[in-house]
Ligand binder design. Structure first.
Ligand code: SAM
Length: 231
């Protein structure tokens, strides 16, 4: 249950409904995802000066050269993680999900509605602190935070039913593949700066099935298994 009181005056129900309609029009079908997107107060994850744009379907700056993800992309990645587009028996409520790149914590809040436990890692310390504060404030109590390099995963809590990566490496980091449970799904943008392929990798025993979902544009994944420095 998400607390959504502060700043509510700024975002009328109609503005939020318009975003939900846009997500439906863009092909988001899973009602669980739609309801989670409706429940999470995106304006609470932005600086006051940008809060009035919170329900536009667009990425917005959050400082440090980083962005809050576009709502459509958040919804699409969440559906892909849940397996909403797969035959019924494959759709799931994941017990454990790892998120790499907490950013401001918006995608984390959506995941916290749909998964039992969410483990999230952020490299930039001030974003990490701010996201942790916000998520606690809105009552997302099933989220576990770590400050550091998420390209290595978080082996202590592996294996994960789902791993969602919100920054793009040139190649898929091996530790993330290793930390996926059998049947688990990794949703990750892969490629150079500019545009990348959003992939779903499903672990089947010791094999991995790879699906191309669509083209996307993410900031680069920094760290040991990504770029070495931020440009
Ligand atoms: N989905 C997030 C949201 O809704 O706010 C936005 C994530 S933003 C596009 C990508 C984030 O990944 C940035 O905050 C960046 O600092 C972080 N990041 C980049 N490389 C990382 C790494 N190796 N480990 C953890 N976080 C990383």
């Amino acid at each position: 249950m998400i607390a959504d009181s502060a700043g509510i005056g700024m975002t009328s129900a109609r503005t939020r409904d318009r975003l939900i309609q846009r997500l439906r029009d863009s092909g988001i079908r899973d009602e669980r995802v739609i309801e989670a997107m409706r429940a999470v107060p995106r304006h609470r994850f932005l600086e006051e000066a940008l809060a009035h744009r919170a329900y536009e379907d667009t990425a917005l700056p959050i400082g440090h050269g980083q962005t809050i993800s576009q709502p459509y992309v958040v919804a699409r990645m969440t559906e892909a993680l849940l397996g909403s587009d797969l035959p019924d028996r494959a759709a799931m409520r994941p017990a454990r999900v790892l998120e790499v790149g907490t950013g401001c914590g918006y995608q984390t809040a959506v995941l916290s509605q749909l998964c039992d436990q969410v483990y999230t890692i952020e490299l930039v310390e001030s974003l990490f602190n701010e996201a942790r504060r916000r998520l606690r404030q809105i009552g997302a109590h099933n989220v576990h935070f770590r400050h550091g390099d998420g390209s290595q995963g978080w082996s202590e809590h592996a294996p994960y039913d789902g791993i969602l990566v919100a920054a793009a490496p040139e190649e898929i980091p091996q530790p993330l593949l290793d930390q996926l449970a059998f049947g688990g799904r990794l949703i990750i943008p892969v490629g150079g700066r500019g545009s990348q392929e959003l992939l779903r990798i499903t672990r089947t025993g010791d094999d991995y099935r790879r699906e191309l979902l669509e083209r996307v544009m993410f900031v680069p994944l920094i760290g040991d298994q990504g770029e070495t420095t931020s440009r």
